[in-house]
Write a protein that binds this ligand. Structure first.
Ligand SMILES: [Fe+2]
Length: 303
């Protein structure tokens, strides 16, 4: 039995005080937005309670689906790296970036480069599993389970939050899913933006969602995990390998008391039995904004 924990969109608080020069351009809008509304939604104490509960279940691996930070200030990247270390080592934690992690363009060494160890691929020199030119898809293997990370995060104009999946990543994903499928691996695709069309508004959507859906249908996968929408949601996608559960999770720091929006993370227990894959999901999170973390849902997704 393998247990994967999925946590997304922590939007780490407190937000380090930005300098005047850092607030030039789009960051100013994001900072005002943080002070006026997001600060009240994303609670550090809620996130800390979610993380403590998650670690108490000793998952074999943790997938973090981006939007770790808010306005991509250099100090946020440093604080986020320290936070990632509290989850585990880079061997225990995988990250894919979200749009708030590329809120504006930041030099690699001051920005996403600080999290490189958590976004690297672990498949040696295998050509069939090689990443595209930007280092994605990443592939991590755990015996017969593989976690495939995609990067959709790009800087966008103010009030937009779309994602892009370039052709080289799509081509590499196709090859990787095919190769791992031939090896009967349990393939988990990990992405920030909703991976199917019509799961969010155009200005927030993955531009290549239809293409990604085509790849998933034609190559197959066993599970898809995403964030971005800050709401719990499960879709199913018929594919060559069977029905794929596509699971979106709410923000892990949210104290927004709306249906499906309170802080939560999901545990996926995966095992092989009588020649078939089984996967059980347990959602753990808040029932009320000031409550304790406990089980909110348990169901079989596969088998
Ligand atoms: Fe987010």
């Amino acid at each position: 039995m393998f247990t994967l924990a999925h946590l997304t969109d922590p939007h780490l608080a407190p937000l380090p005080q930005p300098t005047a020069s850092e607030l030039a351009g789009k960051r100013l809008i994001g900072y005002i937005n943080w002070l006026r509304s997001r600060k009240a939604i994303h609670s550090r104490s809620v996130l800390d309670a979610i993380v403590a509960d998650m670690l108490s279940h000793s998952p074999d691996h943790i997938a973090v689906s981006g939007d770790i930070i808010n306005i991509s200030s250099p100090n946020e990247f440093i604080a986020a790296h320290s936070w990632l270390e509290t989850l585990g080592s880079p061997d225990q934690v995988s990250v894919v970036p979200g749009n708030h992690d590329t809120y504006v363009s930041v030099k690699q060494r001051d920005g996403l480069g600080r999290w490189n160890a958590y976004m690297r691929t672990h498949v040696g020199r295998s050509k069939k599993l090689a990443s595209g030119p930007n280092g994605f898809p990443t592939v991590r293997r755990f015996d017969d389970i593989a976690l495939i990370g995609l990067s959709t995060a790009v800087p966008t104009p103010p009030f937009a939050a779309w994602g892009n999946l370039d052709q080289s990543q799509l081509d590499a994903l196709k090859r990787i899913l095919e190769t791992l499928g031939e090896e009967n691996q349990f393939r988990i695709v990990h992405i920030h933006h909703p991976p199917l069309p019509a799961l969010t508004k155009w200005r927030r959507a993955l531009r290549e969602a239809a293409h990604l859906q085509e790849v998933l249908v034609s190559m197959g996968a066993e599970l898809v995990l995403y964030g971005h929408n800050h709401i719990h949601n499960i879709n199913v996608l018929p594919s060559r390998s069977g029905t794929i559960p596509v699971v979106g999770a709410p923000s892990a720091s949210s104290c927004q008391e709306k249906e499906g929006r309170l802080a939560r993370y999901n545990l996926f227990r995966i095992w092989h039995e009588h020649g078939r894959w089984r996967c059980e999901m347990t959602g753990r999170g808040l029932h009320t904004a000031d409550g304790q973390v406990s089980r909110v849902e348990q169901r079989m997704l596969i088998g």
